[in-house]
Ligand binder design. Sequence first.
Ligand code: SAM
Length: 237
Amino acid sequence: MVMKLDAVVPFGRSLDEYQKMFSLSETELKLRILGVADGPASFNAEATKVGSQVISIDPIYRFSGAEILHRFNQVVDTIIAQVKATPDSWVWSYHQSPEGLRNNRIKAIQTFLSDYEIGKQQGRYQIGELPKLSCKDSEYDIALCSHFLFLYSEHYDFQFHWQSIQEMLRVSQEVRIFPLLTLMLERSPYLDQIICNCSEMGHTLSIQRVQYGLQKGGNEMLVIRNAARTEPSKPLP
Ligand SMILES: C[S@@+](CC[C@H](N)C(=O)[O-])C[C@H]1O[C@@H](n2cnc3c(N)ncnc32)[C@H](O)[C@@H]1O
């Protein structure tokens, strides 16, 4: 067993991790970005500070900052203990150690919490959930999904994944998903069929190796370019 979780956990990553997981260039960071399932990541807070235009959507935003932190505190020890119990399953080039991982996750949630109220007022943190989003068609240039789709393949079935990816393609020109492995460190059983379905619809797909990984073998993202792709919007000045 690698990792067993009863439910999706509110573990968040930083801007630096998002840039590496999704190979986001400085130019791409100036496009209209949707972060689906961003949870308590500090991506939105940090990216906003450097002038990006990021909207995060997650069902967890119906809760207060204190409630989100409480849930994080309830699960963090169990997760770090599971990581420590499976030392060969992880790559430590980024976080260095399980304690480094814990510290980085605490830093991310603290940065998120310091931005949460103002971000909610500005509409940057929106309550919503896959497989149906309330966004307009083609509202975004890039839709990102980190550590939710594919990772939780045991919790959500193929139909959920397929509907969710089609929905992300409806609202965005391009979809990027990371990682492609499940919590058991196996390639998601849904990936091949998703690739096949998307190809049949004329979308362009690639699996790209990225400069980030924590799960052993988990350093790949899926990129889907919408068949109905129009000209990308001009990056913000
Ligand atoms: C492990 S966290 C990942 C957070 C962030 N993407 C990151 O990588 O730092 C998974 C997130 O998925 C969210 N989630 C759960 N069900 C969801 C759904 N149906 N649609 C969108 N997000 C969902 C959870 O609330 C949680 O914040």
